[in-house]
Design a protein around this ligand. Sequence first.
Ligand code: SAM
Length: 279
Amino acid sequence: MGSRRSSGTLRTRRPLGVDLVVHGDAQEALRRIPANSVQLAITSPPYNLRIEYAGYADDRAHDEYLAWLKEVWRDLHRVLVVGGRFALNVAPTSIKAFRPIHHELTADLRALGYIMRTEVIWYKQTMGRRTAWGSWRSPSNPHIVPSWEYVLVFSKGQWKLPGRKEDSDLTSAEFQSYSDGFWAIPPERARRGHPAPFPEALIERLVKFYSYRGNTVLDMFGGTGTVGAVARRHGRHYLSVDASLEYCERAAERIARATPVEGAPAIPAPRLVELVGPA
Ligand SMILES: C[S@@+](CC[C@H](N)C(=O)[O-])C[C@H]1O[C@@H](n2cnc3c(N)ncnc32)[C@H](O)[C@@H]1O
């Protein structure tokens, strides 16, 4: 596949396969993934809120940030199969610098031709910790402090995802509970050295609700590999991309430890690869 670095990372110029943790830029990685090969993408992009990620400055001008993400969504569209899904987790912005970013992202994705399926409300149950009330007990300037995030869900080309019913792993109870789009899930407490990891329970729901066993699930801003670990555990192939080598190394270790749940097909442990050369 390519040459090996002293750290053990494999360097590659070739198109990407599956069951990989990819150290590199999201767009460069997307351009090396074959067209029409991914059934589900789940991601939470850097939020442009000056969060200190290892090796990435999260503070672009807002319009520049949205324009960059739009190009990422354009590249993603190519790699999704027809009927493939994209679940985009986005948090409301801060109160003082409020922008309806979920509307802005939705407009961009629809302009690119994605079909919007739904908007899940991930209720994080964090009211107990709140302090910023604004004008306490007065209508003068009270604040709504969001205790939720959104998961915006889109499809490429058509609503239906081709697949066999026997490759679904949803129980009736799960199906009924997940199809109520208000998901009460506490935020992730095990940070694993990352400022903004997903809770596994959120990703488990998305993976089981929107993909079949044996499908490929991608996170192009993969951080500590939550999507990859959950996908492997539930018998899906995975690709987890991140610009930080530190996070990729943690992701690779974590995904390697993910063992299949009962009945799930065995999926290979990850190889960590680094992108080199032009796509
Ligand atoms: C919100 S975090 C994702 C966290 C992840 N969901 C998890 O559970 O760990 C966004 C990630 O995007 C990565 N990132 C920032 N710019 C990137 C780029 N151009 N290409 C790939 N990854 C990037 C950051 O290193 C960070 O880990």
